[in-house]
Design a protein around this ligand. Structure first.
Ligand code: 4AD
Ligand code: MG
Length: 471
């Protein structure tokens, strides 16, 4: 390590590695951001964090050490590299500490203007500085959990024979048929369109037709499943709905498995098993980060997650759900009756109060669900399901797909959608149609479940919500 600072990066130890050492390792290099600095007689104590884990490593700088020269501008927020000896800490609270020999200051942070001075800031305040919040304990933990959860999802599907497919983000159709899409265009902002283009506003556009950001990869995933068997897509999806709620983002990530030769029951089984497996993996791989949320955000978190991992989810039909709600004696803002969509207050009552665990509601009235869901024999309901979780509400929604051409065409017509946009989707029902099913699980909703966060803006690094595109 004599070449410090030149070889500082190549041989550096992450804080998580240094802290999990089993024996003193001699001289190491650690890099990170200073969380706090405390000066005592002849000694300075730095708490250094590099994002590799929740814990900081304590660095001790002796007045006589060479490192002391760099200390003057080292304050909370500064980026530094420290060369020092990893030794057993005589103090309480940490097993190892670094006795600094040399130190480089890369970037100072002016204590007058650096916003992260206090130990705890409100979520609202931190949303306003989303570019800096990864440097706090809470958001470091959040985004490590996010990374681990995404990995666990890929791992689950791989272990269960699903292929990862990439569905397009630019699309010419509306998967949900709800018309809540963001248009993508290369046309000039201020129209100088040719006359011939005035009749067809998209004639001169990049694709020569209307293009939007996808609301769901489902329709394309269905095409892939009816060739590959079991697939999933996991990507960003976009909704231009103007819903300013703590559970909606205009850009969010969705996990969408799709299985050929599957019905509603296998769909519900998959949703339950996937959710349980991912929660269990995150609990075992991120204990410190989860513990932070359990202590400071939601003291019921671990209790709920443990129930989720251990107990089977409840399963009821939509009709039974409505009955439970009506008999609950609760004064809901929106009364529940057959034919109305369940509101968040209903979903939360069922999962939180009535069952005290996740519940899957299935067989919804066809009048409130999308065109692609398979019509049941009663002609009144469709083979749809929603997975509802305590505190979160709807975590996932899916269905067995309508695999009968005539019925699907009737549904597309009934709902007033433009049949010509879906010809390729209808072709699946013309050639080798097969029963198939899938669902979409909101990745941010899953993170709310995993962390107890009550606002979706706090589980995605740069949230997109109405009138909010700062970062
Ligand atoms: O229920 P949704 O709209 O279903 C679909 O899009 C289907 N095409 C999925 C499928 O079957 N492949 O959305 C699925 C999930 C919801 O249950 C919810 O968790 C999440 O996506 N979601 C949102 N999350 C954040 N912000 C929004 N605006 C969301 N809209 C839906
Ligand atoms: Mg839904």
């Amino acid at each position: 390590m004599s070449s410090f600072p030149h070889r500082a990066f190549a041989g550096r130890a992450t804080v998580v590695d240094a802290l999990s050492a089993s024996a003193p390792e001699g001289v190491i290099v650690v890099c990170g951001w200073v969380r706090t600095r405390r000066d005592a007689k002849g000694l300075s104590f730095l708490e250094l964090n590099d994002g590799s884990c929740l814990a900081n490593i304590q660095v001790i700088v002796d007045e006589s050490a060479k490192a002391h020269a760099a200390l003057e501008s080292v304050n909370t927020g500064a980026a530094v590299a420290v060369l020092g000896e990893l030794v057993e800490s005589p103090g309480t609270g940490q097993k190892w500490e670094v006795r600094a020999v040399d130190m480089i200051l890369y970037g100072a942070a002016d204590p007058e203007t650096f916003p992260l001075q206090k130990k705890r800031h409100s979520d609202e305040f931190l949303r306003g500085i989303a570019h800096l919040r990864p440097r706090t304990n809470k958001y470091g933990a959040m985004f490590r959990i996010r990374s681990e959860a995404a990995f666990a999802i890929h791992e689950y599907f791989r272990e269960h024979g699903f292929f990862h497919v990439h569905t397009p983000i630019l699309t010419g159709s509306d998967a949900e048929g709800a018309g809540e899409m963001f248009r993508v265009t290369t046309l000039p902002t201020h129209g100088q369109q040719e006359k011939k283009e005035r009749d067809d506003p998209f004639a001169g556009d990049f694709f020569g037709r209307e293009c939007n950001l996808t609301v769901s990869g489902q329709l394309e995933a269905e095409n892939m499943a009816l060739g590959l068997g079991k697939v999933y897509t996991f990507g960003p999806t976009f909704r231009a709905e103007n819903s300013n709620t703590p559970r909606h983002c205009a850009e969010f990530w969705m996990v969408e498995p799709e299985m050929a030769f599957a019905d509603l029951e296998s769909d519900m089984d998959l949703a339950e098993d996937l959710t349980r497996a991912v929660v269990a993996k995150v609990l075992s791989r991120c204990p410190q980060d989860i513990d932070l949320f359990n202590r400071f955000v939601d003291t019921g978190l671990l209790g709920r997650l443990n129930i989720l991992v251990k107990e089977p989810f409840a399963r009821i039909t939509y009709a039974q759900a409505v009955e439970i709600l009506q008999k609950s004696g609760k004064a809901f803002e929106f009364p529940a009756f057959f034919g109305t969509d369940l509101q968040t207050e209903h979903e939360r009552f069922l999962a939180e109060e009535h069952f005290g665990k996740p519940v899957i509601v299935y067989d919804y009235p066809r009048t409130i669900k999308a065109f692609y869901m398979r019509l049941n024999d009663d002609n009144k309901t469709v083979a749809a399901m929603d997975l509802l979780a305590p505190r979160v509400g709807e975590l996932a929604g899916g269905s067995q797909r309508e695999d009968r051409l005539e019925v699907l065409e009737r549904r597309v017509r009934e709902l007033g959608h433009d049949m010509s946009l879906y010809w390729w989707y209808l072709d699946l029902r013309r050639f080798g149609s097969a029963p198939h099913a899938g669902f979409g699980l909101g990745f941010e909703r899953l993170l709310m479940l995993l962390t107890g966060a009550t606002n979706i803006r706090d589980v995605i690094p740069f949230p997109r919500t109405p009138k909010n595109l700062e970062f």
